[in-house]
Design a protein around this ligand. Structure first.
Ligand code: 6LW
Length: 500
């Protein structure tokens, strides 16, 4: 049977996974978004269902006015003696910390910090000891993977940090994960930067402190030589053996928008590859060390069919799991009803690296249609396709002085912001229709059974290649209000659909 990569679509980068009994758990990075670090569960490695977030309380993570693509960097999840640990970096504050829970469906602890620098921290448990691994700078000034032993109760270092390996010489040595399989310790990392040159390398040693011998076939996974292939940047991943003895590697990759258009705007996504052991104790990953969009598995591995088509509405989107916010949202400005969302805007706009009133879901596919009815009620309210404060497109609705509703498309690309022609409709609501494909967004007003074209916008200007950073496009329902009294805008009839 075949499955499609990415298996978790949209901005779910830097995946890490672990096994507990016969279930698998995965986490991803979330940067300036809150709640932070989604947790997914799977029983077959191909179908992943979100069950929560690790960082649900502002006391766990400082995101106030953090820079876009700052905040929460790559996490690692591990389960040790029935307790789950998630370790990550708040990159804005250069702080490494972990949280833990004994109930994977419940809340996680307050953070415990570790005084080792570098990003992409990882934990390894063995013989009553806990090792803390991150990237860092070696004695010769070059990047390295470093490790210390810590007290898992307090996070205190029990040994100095020592260099383990300097990788194979690629830029941005990161994403270290340490394992013990049989007689060897395996150190897996990523190099090349999280773009088109991304790759996975590994080394092994019989001693935990090294020296580590590199796998002769490195990189063990990369799509860097597949020019024009739609799945690029395979790298940064983690290994799990499933309950049936099959081995898997989860990793990030992105879908570029077209064969000759090297842009990606959905962010880095999560893929899964089979991992194959060789007789000599080395392993290979994927198909000829590459990550394909479609993977054929032997019949002995069974999994449920993937559900790639979807229809998301207020009724089906989960308030706890699907909706996310920038930085430190003021929850009292969001009112969720079963079939609508009301937002009270503040003076903070989408152009600021702050917390505008905006409820986001990830854009998870290139092709989609979106419908929504907006009642602005005297403030600006609308729908945004947003990658950061400098790069976003909106359909804006405003209440005209005569009580009618006007709407228009606004594009913000760097320091250029452009409002398209305004259209006015009778009544206090406007129905919005958006059709997206890989290359463009097409914006419409729906009125009297007709669709009136308001404008188009290119996806490439919301791409990571243009905007920079590590996130992807979010679809946001927002409101902005410069008056002092609170105003509630109402969004209803939301429908975001994708058909395979
Ligand atoms: C992350 C690093 C990386 O911490 O990108 O692709 C950084 N790898 O490992 C931000 O996601």
């Amino acid at each position: 049977m075949k499955y499609q990569n990415p298996v978790i679509r949209g901005m779910y980068p830097d995946p890490s996974m672990c096994r507990y009994k016969d279930k698998y758990y995965m986490v991803c990075s979330t940067f300036q978004y809150f709640p932070g670090v989604p947790v997914f569960e799977s029983t077959d490695m191909i179908n992943w269902k979100q069950i929560g977030h690790c960082l649900t309380r502002p006391s766990q993570i400082a995101l106030h006015k953090v820079n876009s693509s700052g905040g929460v960097f790559a996490p690692t999840i591990r389960c040790h003696e029935g307790r789950f640990y998630m370790v990550t970096t708040n990159d804005t504050y250069h702080e490494n910390f972990y949280v833990y829970t004994d109930d994977i469906y419940g809340e996680w602890s307050e953070p415990i910090t570790v005084e080792q620098d570098g990003i992409d921290p990882s934990l390894f448990f063995e013989d009553g000891k806990t090792y803390f691994i991150s990237n860092g700078t070696g004695a010769n000034g070059l990047g390295c993977i470093q490790m210390c032993e810590i007290d898992i109760e307090t996070g205190k270092k029990l040994t100095p940090s020592r260099e383990l390996w300097q990788g194979t010489g690629g830029r941005f040595l990161e994403s270290p994960h340490l394992y013990r399989f049989g007689e060897y310790y395996y150190l897996v990392e990523a190099e090349g930067g999280t773009e088109y040159g991304h790759m996975v390398n590994y080394a092994r040693s019989k001693s935990i402190w090294g020296p580590y011998d590199p796998y002769p076939g490195n990189p063990v996974l990369t799509n860097r030589n597949l020019g024009g292939y739609l799945l690029q940047a395979a790298g940064h991943g983690d290994i799990v053996e499933d309950a049936n003895g099959n081995w898997w590697f989860c990793h990030l990759a992105f879908r570029q928008i077209d064969k000759w258009l090297t842009f990606h705007h959905l962010g880095r996504e999560t893929c899964i590859e089979p991992l194959q052991w060789q007789d000599d104790g080395w392993f290979t990953i994927g198909v000829n060390a590459t990550a394909p969009l479609e993977v054929e598995l032997p019949d002995s591995i069974s999994f449920a069919p993937q559900q790639l088509s979807y229809e998301k509405t207020f009724e089906t989107l989960s308030q706890k799991l699907d909706w996310i916010y920038l930085r430190t949202p003021e929850k009292e400005n969001y009112r969720f009803e079963p079939d609508s969302l009301s937002l009270a805007g503040t003076a903070v706009t989408l152009d600021e690296a702050d917390s505008p009133t905006c409820a986001f879901v990830r854009q998870t596919e290139f092709d989609l249609t979106l419908d929504c009815t907006v009642q602005p009620n005297g403030q600006e309210a609308g729908i945004t396709f947003y990658i950061d404060e400098l790069h976003h497109y909106e359909i804006v609705t405003q209440t005209a002085p005569d009580g009618k509703t006007c709407l228009f498309v606004r594009q913000t690309i760097g320091c250029v912001s452009h409002d398209f022609e305004k259209v006015t409709v009778a009544g206090d609501t406007a129905s919005i229709h958006v059709v997206a494909d890989a290359i463009q967004y097409h914006f419409y007003l729906s009125a009297d059974g007709r669709q009136i074209h308001l404008g188009d916008a290119y996806t490439r200007y919301l791409s990571s290649e243009v905007a920079g950073g590590f996130t992807g496009v979010m679809i946001g329902l927002y409101a902005v209000n410069t008056a002092s009294e609170k105003i509630w805008s109402r969004f209803s009839g939301l429908k975001i659909s994708h058909q395979e």
